[in-house]
Design a protein around this ligand. Sequence first.
Ligand SMILES: [Zn+2]
Ligand SMILES: [Zn+2]
Length: 443
Amino acid sequence: MRFIADLHIHSHFSRATAKNLNLENIYIAAQLKGITVVGTGDFTHPGWFAEIKEKLVPAEEGFFKLKDEIADKCDQQVPSACRGIVRFMLVSEISSIYKKDNKTRKIHNLVFFPAVDRAEKFNSKLDKIGNIKSDGRPILGLDARNLLEILLETSDDAFLIPAHIWTPWFSLLGSKSGFDSIEECFGDLSAYIFAVETGLSSDPAMNRQVSGLDGLTLVSNSDAHSPLKLGREANIFNTELSYSNIKSALETGDPKRFLGTFEFYPEEGKYHLDGHRKCDIRLWPEKTRKLNGICPVCDKPLTLGVLYRVGELADRPGATKKARNHPFYSIIPLVEILSEILKVGPGSKKVMGNYHALLDKLGPEISILNTLKIKTIETAGIPLLGEAIARMRRNEVEVLPGYDGEFGTIKIFDPHEREKLLGQKTLFVVPAFRPDNQKKTAP
Ligand SMILES: [Zn+2]
Ligand SMILES: [Zn+2]
């Protein structure tokens, strides 16, 4: 079956996350988005691990589901058009900070485990190495290669995926504290790395300029710190539901079983271009090079973004047949599209009211964005929405790129055009969804 998986999220035990980021709300949000498989995140944290053990029960091989009595309550908050099954997979993100070859390295990796007892054993090993209690995403002074070794010794079926590999400060290939290749980081164990996460600020096309990534499957996840952010990037699989199917689809890159990814526009990511936020300096790599990487305002080194860093490691203009090329679809979060159409903030009551009414009528967000017919979207009665989504699908959008921790901004319509297209139509708020007790639809 075809399904969507978001394998990197966090819990309320991670720093700077929403208080309501619990298993119930993850379960609800997954359905609103149209996600079938979601990573638990943070299983190395004892508090979160206890919640996992209390609220989840085994489902298909290596997968878990919310206990029926909890799920039934949550379903009342999900419109019937969005209802579907949700499975959890044990995933955690580890931050490794260590010295290698006289340089400080800071790297984030995702670790995946097929069973609670294996994950428990892994946790107890990490507990001896550093503090896994202080943060849902623990910081350990552990070489990423050695982390991988511990993982492989704990379970044959566990695997590791380097997270958001281009982020300047905390990633495998990051400009500030990363490496130049997989091999430099993982050494003799490099063959066990079969996938990497591209992160919000890069897309597969950029990654395919680097031949060192040819043999790897490029995955995308939301790295959500609140329920609403789930699925802003995600993966599309076509397999039976199980941990080993996910693993083997990623390992082989089989295009019949791994169907590609949903992507943020990379320019919208926080670290696409170079610059200094405080100095209000935002630069394209070409200009940065002319300035020798030094900020013209404060004379300090600029934060080099993902585009710059990809350029440094790129050894060809784009993909070749040798690479694992999977399709990818650039999407914009529905609340942002509504925010542009309604001219109010994405978190406003007006946007949220319309967002929920849309899901109520049309079903999960990702299908609205990606697969639903434009004609059907238009029946929901929000002027310009069909046209906005059609343009997004054709990649006809303008983005002011992000830099130095500042998200980029997307524009689908220019203001004059917007008024013209809108004509006499008024932008009204459609009545928001009211919870009911309808039963779940079949998977
Ligand atoms: Zn991270
Ligand atoms: Zn500066």
